[in-house]
Design a protein around this ligand. Structure first.
Ligand SMILES: [Zn+2]
Ligand SMILES: [Zn+2]
Length: 268
């Protein structure tokens, strides 16, 4: 069974297409299960965070949830999960938890898109990569991801090494950073996603990088799949690459989620 747990909607202001179109594409791609995981309102973002208006508004959250529930009834031929991609800000994790408290999510994806106020995956601030020590930037980034895992809020850690998106990569071995991160994810009992959107970005590599993926799988961290679709045509995109990779590493099961309970199902 193949699933795609990372679909966005136009509410985040940088995606296109109707939610129906995402579902239709999921069916066309032969997926048995899809999950919407649009960007949670960034209102818990700390004051002073640099331009980050790429999430739904808080008043849109209810409608987002009811739209997913409506689709579940309209398309009984495919499982449609209610997920969300929630930014991790250490300073406001309590507010984020409160915001997510009252809804029946199937899963919550935890993503780090910021180091302090700096949105690291925005093309607007690439200069920061050259102003800072690159290895330290990676170290700080992975510490934040570990902190997100430890927060206990998340089921799936999103695009683990999105810090590489624009191709800024330290020319040294990242093995010890990877090992530390895997230890943290294991201790926190969270899953991670193979996110194929990296293939469509300047770095042209799946998240996570092969060496990190190897560590994660050696450490038995559960894996799931996400396209990070911001357009209907991206649903299930490049999954043949992801699945081939997983099979090369001997993976036969992937993580699915219902009501925040994880279940390993066969990878087809
Ligand atoms: Zn997005
Ligand atoms: Zn993301």
């Amino acid at each position: 069974m193949t699933l795609d747990y990372h679909l966005h909607t136009t509410r985040c202001q940088h995606a296109t297409g109707t939610m129906d179109e995402y579902v239709e594409q999921g069916l066309k791609m032969g997926l048995k299960e899809i999950g919407f995981a649009d960007h949670l309102p960034l209102s818990p973002a700390p004051r002073g965070t640099w331009s980050c208006d790429w999430a739904m508004q808080e008043e849109e959250l209810e409608e987002y949830i009811s739209d997913v529930i409506k689709l579940q009834k309209e398309y009984p031929e495919i499982k449609i999960k209610l997920g969300i991609e929630a930014d991790y800000f250490p300073e406001s994790i309590k507010k984020t938890k409160t915001l997510l408290n009252n809804s029946s999510w199937d899963y919550i994806i935890g993503s780090v898109h910021h180091i302090g106020p700096w949105p690291i995956d925005s093309s607007l601030y690439l200069g920061e990569f050259t102003k800072r020590d690159l290895y330290k930037t990676y170290e700080t980034y992975f510490e934040l991801v570990a902190g997100a895992a430890r927060s206990g809020l998340y089921d799936i850690m999103g695009h683990l090494d999105v810090i590489k998106k624009y191709g800024f990569r330290p020319q040294v071995d990242l093995g010890s950073l990877y090992k530390d991160l895997v230890k943290e994810l294991k201790a926190s009992d969270v899953a991670f996603e193979i996110n194929t959107s990296g293939l469509r970005k300047p770095v042209k590599e799946i998240y996570p990088a092969p060496a990190l993926l190897e560590e994660l799988l050696k450490g038995n961290v559960p894996v799931t799949l996400g396209s990070d679709s911001h357009a209907p045509s991206e649903v299930g995109k490049d999954f043949e690459v992801a699945i081939k990779l997983l099979k090369e590493f001997g993976v036969s099961k992937i993580a699915s989620f219902t009501g925040r309970t994880r279940l390993l199902i066969p990878l087809e």
